[in-house]
Design a binder for this molecule. Sequence first.
Ligand code: PAN
Ligand code: ZN
Length: 190
Amino acid sequence: MNKNEFISIKFDLVNGLIQWYTRKYHIKLSELRDYAYDSNEVDKLIMEKGDYVIYEVYEIERPVVEGEMIFGVTRIFPGVIGQEYNFTRGHYHVNKMAGEIYVGIKGCGLMLLQDLQGNFFTEVLERGSLIYIPGKYAHRVVNTCDEDLVFLFAYPAIAGHDYELIKKCGFKKVVLNIEGKPTIIDNPKY
Ligand code: PAN
Ligand code: ZN
């Protein structure tokens, strides 16, 4: 097998662990400050518990040229930031033709989707969910359960990631833990 052309690795479908990757990164609480429903809660938590990891990403990078795909696994740890369930930053793809596939491997949560026209949708993302995200939709995942939420993703290498708009205005809605139940409310910052 020519390793430059083919990638064939073991993927533990129960625990969501990939045997090999080229890049691992994590996002800590402090890095979600601008994205959070209540940034005061971020500061409060950092004072109490320190700056801990909210999610980690294991990625198989590929050259950024047409036809190539980047894929990997994201693991969101359970927890809340104030009332808000742990979540990924969320982003638009710069290239609006670049869709993405998410496959739920472990745990449960919600995917938030929105386009630039203000259309907003949520989809359940749990073990066994397969979600196709058309290129124009920003996407964020929220872990609403008390275990790790793990999903596989795959997208065209030329997609590009735009976090700025989400950082500034967020998603139309946020998912809060209200009396123990995931509750979707309007985001006042949007
Ligand atoms: C995923 C995400 C990953 C982390 O690979 O990049 O889950 O989420 P954020 O990038 O929103 O922090 C993806 O959607 N790539 O396009
Ligand atoms: Zn994406």
